[in-house]
Design a protein around this ligand. Structure first.
Ligand code: E4P
Length: 308
């Protein structure tokens, strides 16, 4: 299997993180290699919490801050990121498992005003889809914690009425399949990306873009590029490994998959393509997934580590 290097990417490249310094460094590495720079950024409550703890650890209450302080820390963090990239920057709602659609909408309407290039991240739950179906008329959305083709079909249907910005551009709609968390429990997460792309390409109108998330390895990146995932969001450690390969690896910086690339991942169970249509009301799709439920709970628990 041959892999070659050049500075054209079949997918947009976002950084996944909570630290603007990483955003600056990733952008610099891309520019140094002759690319125009980062195409965007994703954040989430766990990543913001982790950095907040690092920044505030010397302060009272074990680094904990008030909710208002934590939210303004999140706002200042994405503002710094927005100085580096004008591409879409995802800002997640930070409620717990009981957060209602109404509460998500109210957070979304406030957070979208933080930066000109913000995108609101809602979970692929019933409440998240209800909120997104309304919010997509007013602004861009990224549906996070997606683990199944049925959830992606629901996202497609729920956001069919997405609106346009004042300059006439349709608002972005992303769906984020989390590959690493499926791999972690022995299922081939990249299959979900491949299946959603195949379904959208066969049946869709192109209004939802597939954002490969929960990336853990350079091979995830290579296969996502091979599949031409619309976007890949990459944590800085993996980004660096791809951009600056270890000296003895024999790899070029920013390698791309060869035409005969094969994604071989022994030990992971395949996730089969399911025949389904995209024209049902979103409520008719089975959007439940235990990893979505667990993911919402974990984001909330991590956010709670910073407030108090
Ligand atoms: C995506 O937007 C998420 O922030 C991220 O990719 C989650 O990755 P993890 O499963 O490694 O936490």
């Amino acid at each position: 299997m041959m892999e070659r290097a050049y500075m054209q990417f079949p997918s947009k490249l976002f950084l996944d993180g909570g630290d603007p310094e990483e955003t600056r460094q990733a952008d610099k590495l891309l520019k140094k290699a002759g690319y125009h720079g980062l195409d965007g950024q994703t954040t989430n409550p766990s990543l913001i919490a982790e950095r907040s703890v690092a920044v505030h650890h010397g302060e009272g209450a074990g680094g904990k801050v008030t909710t208002a302080h934590a939210v303004s820390f999140y706002r200042e963090t994405v503002r710094e990121m927005a100085r580096v990239t004008t591409g879409p920057i995802s800002i997640q709602v930070t409620g717990g498992p009981d957060m209602t659609a109404k509460e998500m909408l109210s957070e979304a309407r406030e957070r979208i005003s933080w930066i000109p290039n913000g995108v609101i991240k809602f979970p692929c739950t019933a409440a998240g889809l209800t909120a997104a179906s309304e919010f997509c008329e007013e602004g861009p959305v990224n549906m996070t914690l997606a683990f199944s083709q049925a959830q992606a079909a629901a996202v497609y249907s729920a956001t069919a009425g997405h609106g346009r910005s004042p300059d006439g551009k349709p608002y972005d709609v992303f769906v984020s399949p989390f590959v690493g968390r499926l791999d972690d429990r022995g299922e081939n997460g990249m299959d979900v990306v491949a299946n959603i792309l195949a379904m959208y390409r066969k049946l869709g109108d192109g209004h939802v873009r597939v954002l490969t998330a929960s990336v853990r390895t350079v091979r995830h990146i290579l296969y996502a590029l091979f599949l031409k995932s619309d976007v890949i969001t990459i944590p800085f450690t993996v980004f660096k490994e791809w951009a600056v390969p270890p000296k003895d690896s024999g790899r070029e910086p920013f390698i791309l998959p060869a035409a005969d690339f094969i994604y071989d991942v022994p030990g992971l169970t395949d996730i089969a393509y399911e025949e389904m249509t995209l024209d049902l009301d979103w409520h008719e799709y089975d959007t439940s997934h235990d990893l979505t439920t667990a993911g919402v709970a974990k984001f909330w628990a991590d956010w709670q580590t910073v407030v108090g």
